[in-house]
Design a protein around this ligand. Sequence first.
Ligand SMILES: O=C(O)c1cccc(C(=O)CC[C@H]2O[C@@H](n3cnc4c(=O)[nH]cnc43)[C@H](O)[C@@H]2O)c1
Length: 210
Amino acid sequence: MKPLIVAATIPEIAILIATFNLHEKEFIHSPEFDILITGAGMTATAFALGRHLSPKYNLVLNLGIAGSFDKSLPLGTVVNITTDEFAELGAEDKDLFISIDELGFGKSKYTAYNNLLNDHITQLKKVDGITVNRVSGSEESIKAITNRLNPKTESMEGAAVLYCCEQTSIPCLQIRSISNYVEPRNKANWNIGLAIKNLNDWAIGFLTNT
Ligand SMILES: O=C(O)c1cccc(C(=O)CC[C@H]2O[C@@H](n3cnc4c(=O)[nH]cnc43)[C@H](O)[C@@H]2O)c1
């Protein structure tokens, strides 16, 4: 039994891959853990996990960067996203949004179930996230999603990972580092380098228990 580390893109975990002297590719075997690079977005993530998830894994560790709705969270903060929601799954009724739950044919919100209590995890702030196909980037859409779901973070994969883990009853942990605030798009304000550095430092500490 070993963990499966899941990330959308190689750059997000390149420091970790180099630290363990592994070679960058889509699926990496190592004695202590395996690594799956899914590609960005829910569809790519669900497809890749559908191919690779199996009972040989005792934990899925989803690593990545994320946007934060909360501007009091400094860029580079590493957070534990314990619940995640498919924010766009449902129907529009003029100005109203009807969730898949309210429509009666699905579930939009998932929890990252695990029984891990080690210091690396407990030191992290626990937050509720949403998962989207389109990065929120207008005052109007940000206000609407904040009023409806009041999320702390936004990514493009999280809820898909939690969904796959619930379907297969495999414990799950979603750890992301804040690269940007969710605001009208301005990539100059993002700090992807800091977020990736802090994310990888956390992950290396967790995997080596140092
Ligand atoms: O431009 C780069 O150097 C670079 C390096 C590594 C990764 C990226 C990405 O753009 C990763 C995309 C990934 O990031 C997540 N993300 C980050 N911020 C947000 C957001 O505000 N809303 C939604 N998703 C966000 C997302 O999970 C993407 O898969 C670039």
